[in-house]
Design a binder for this molecule. Structure first.
Ligand SMILES: Nc1ncnc2c1ncn2[C@@H]1O[C@H](COP(=O)(O)OP(=O)(O)OP(=O)(O)O)[C@@H](O)[C@H]1O
Ligand SMILES: [Mg+2]
Length: 612
């Protein structure tokens, strides 16, 4: 592949500081990879002295694969990593003793602190999100408390933030944000260590720089050597900055030349990915954003088909029409792996998964879990399983999965005792064992009695209640939605409650529980996770990727743009989605969604150039 003049100039950049500001599909990632190869092959730079940073592990892996193509074994000597995992390595190398605190453990940790401080008005998820946002912006617990002196809610969060930091340090734990902050501190306070890393990684390259946050900018600032024979090279596109909600600051890219006076800037505006029709659609859309750098979006690619819109009556119809299109494409010249279905929110995958699998179309969920495997969904399915069939091995597994969901303070030890008791007393299954086992600890006794009461009462309804009704009863009796969302650290593309609503809709199509469970079980098999199949993912996960055929679905008001989002940020998300397409772009929407009439997204007319 021949680089164009601007790409070539960027790829030959040797020493100093440079930014590449470009449009989607203009070869930012390609040029960055080529530059690494060029440094090694033409300037004789040691591969070990090159550090390439990307946003996700997948992106790092993709770059490694490409580099291997050019450099063979030498490629392995280049460090390609995410900023977080690079900081983890620094800290471990320098002898820091710590364990990573994340996921459920992190929720548990914060909950125990909240309990100590008797905080019941806020959820752990909300508190963790605020703490993380503050840390991404390098606001310490002390500064945080000062900033929010007059805000009662934030004052509480500040109090927890401070306790969280102290307890974490005392227990030798670090969360993801700490990796960066601690690495910054280590380098700042130890010039000899900083010098060592600057010496080792003389050439630092960062892809998707528009999505770095202030903490990441700070660690880069500390890592970058100012020596004459070194370089710092970043690449990004402000039109694709979609991680503001976690504190990413597109200003890092926009103000780059001010931050690094004398740095060189390369502009890539020739798109190699998409047809002129798709690019016009992208350009039409982004024009409606006020806050942006003006750039042109050129291509020399041959004409393709017009962007296609699917007007469906409801979500099922939308999924069916998409499936039919895919079948048509595959019988023509495309393969399943050429096709991606992109959506704004994770819960939108359910309808698509159902229809694809009914039609035996292989698919996989990129960087995520298929719908019926998601934790919040799986727990409810396990409740159904336990209620339906407590006298089975599956029932035993289901019981173990649900007994502590929501939290009943029943530990692993108790489960082990329960299993032992069953064996000793010759009881075949755990639910029976739970009913018979004497329990002395009062709160445990109470919680178990309540649990049994619930399951027994639901068992009596099993003949008459339909699966959807049963799910609704579980959600209500267990106060399940509240429990699930309290633990949730809100993410831009996942809404756990929306997943539960989708589950209920899926269940409403089945008359009895065993048939519904059989159906959801069928998703465990391999064809539902076929890498050679159609790719399903949220737009956020599709960053940097490209596919010959892209279906961007759910162009309805409230979904895309999302109800909670800032309109310009939402527009950039839609822009990232549609700019993944190489040859064919489909946009779909339904007139009825979840049983209610919905308006089509204003973005549709913008994309089609119908709104000036
Ligand atoms: N000079 C070129 N000649 C031919 N194809 C090219 C050239 N430059 C880039 N491409 C191709 O264009 C596509 C987009 O490249 P790449 O993914 O590097 O773009 P990008 O700017 O990083 O996009 P994004 O903004 O989506 O991350 C790839 O398929 C790449 O191989
Ligand atoms: Mg890229």
């Amino acid at each position: 592949m021949q680089l164009n003049a601007n790409q070539l100039a960027a790829s030959k950049f040797k020493n100093g500081i440079a930014s590449v500001v470009a449009v989607p599909g203009s070869g930012k990632t390609l040029t960055m990879t080529r530059r690494i190869a060029y440094l090694i092959q033409h300037y004789g730079i040691a591969p070990e002295s090159i550090l390439g940073l990307t946003f996700t592990r997948n992106a790092a892996q993709a770059m490694r694969d490409k580099l291997k193509h050019i450099l063979n074994d030498i490629a392995a000597k280049v460090t390609l990593s995410t900023i977080h995992s690079f900081c983890y390595t620094i800290l471990k190398n320098e002898g820091k003793v710590f364990e990573l605190l994340h996921g459920v453990e992190q929720i548990r940790f914060i909950r125990s602190i909240m309990k100590k401080h008797k905080i019941r008005t806020l959820s752990p998820g909300t508190i963790l999100r605020e703490i993380s946002l503050a840390k991404n912006n390098i606001i310490s617990e002390y500064e945080f408390r000062e900033i929010y002196l007059d805000d009662p809610t934030m004052e509480i969060i500040g109090l927890i933030y401070q306790a969280y930091e102290t307890e974490k340090t005392n227990s030798f734990l670090m969360d993801f944000n700490d990796l960066i902050i601690e690495a910054c501190e280590l380098l700042r306070n130890n010039p000899e260590i900083q010098e060592k890393y600057q010496q080792t990684h003389r050439h630092i390259l960062v892809d998707e720089f528009q999505d770095t946050n202030p903490a990441q900018a700070e660690i880069l600032n500390l890592l970058v050597s100012r020596a004459k024979d070194s370089s710092f090279y970043v690449t990004g596109d402000d039109w694709q900055a979609i991680f503001n909600f976690i504190g990413a600051s597109v200003g890092n890219l926009l103000n780059f030349q001010r931050t690094f006076p004398g740095s060189k800037q390369f502009i890539l505006d020739m798109n190699y990915r998409s047809t002129p029709q798709i690019l016009t659609a992208c350009f039409n859309l982004i024009q409606h954003n006020v806050r942006k750098i003006d750039k042109s979006l050129l291509t020399e690619n041959p004409d393709g088909q017009a962007v296609l819109v699917i007007d469906a009556s409801n979500e099922d119809d939308e999924a069916i029409r998409i499936t039919q299109e895919i079948q048509g494409l595959v019988s023509d010249k495309y393969e399943y792996r050429d096709v991606a279905i992109l959506y704004r929110a994770n819960s939108q995958s359910r309808v698509i998964e159902d229809v694809l699998s009914q039609n035996e179309i292989p698919y996989h969920i990129e960087n995520g879990m298929t719908f019926y495997q998601r934790r919040e969904v799986k727990i409810l399915l396990n409740y159904l399983r336990l209620i339906h069939d407590p006298e089975s091995v599956e029932g035993d597994d289901a019981l173990k999965n649900v007994i502590n969901a929501p939290n009943r303070y029943i530990g692993k030890k108790f489960i082990a005792e329960l299993e032992e008791y069953a064996q000793h007393e010759n009881i075949n299954h755990l639910y029976e064992s739970l009913k018979r086992k004497p329990v002395v600890v009062p709160y445990l006794k109470h919680n178990i009695r309540e649990f049994i009461k619930l399951i027994d009462s639901l068992m009596q309804k099993i003949e008459t209640a339909k699966p959807a009704e049963m799910i609704m009863m579980l959600r209500e009796t267990l106060d399940y939605d509240r429990w699930i969302s309290e633990d949730d650290i809100p993410s831009p593309d996942d809404n756990l409650i929306a997943n539960l609503n989708e589950l209920q809709i899926a269940a409403s199509k089945y008359k009895d529980i065993p048939t519904f469970l059989n159906y959801t079980d069928s998703f465990r098999d391999q064809t539902r996770n076929d890498k050679a199949g159609v790719s399903l993912m949220t737009i956020h996960k599709s960053k940097g990727l490209e596919f010959p055929v892209v279906f961007c679905i759910g162009f309805v008001d409230g979904v895309m743009p999302n109800v909670c989002g800032d309109i310009e940020e939402e527009r950039k998300i839609a822009f990232v989605g549609i700019s993944r397409a190489m040859k064919l772009l489909y946009l779909s929407h339904a007139t009825i969604r979840m049983g209610r009439p919905v308006k089509q997204s204003p973005f549709l007319d913008e994309i089609l150039g119908l709104k000036k």
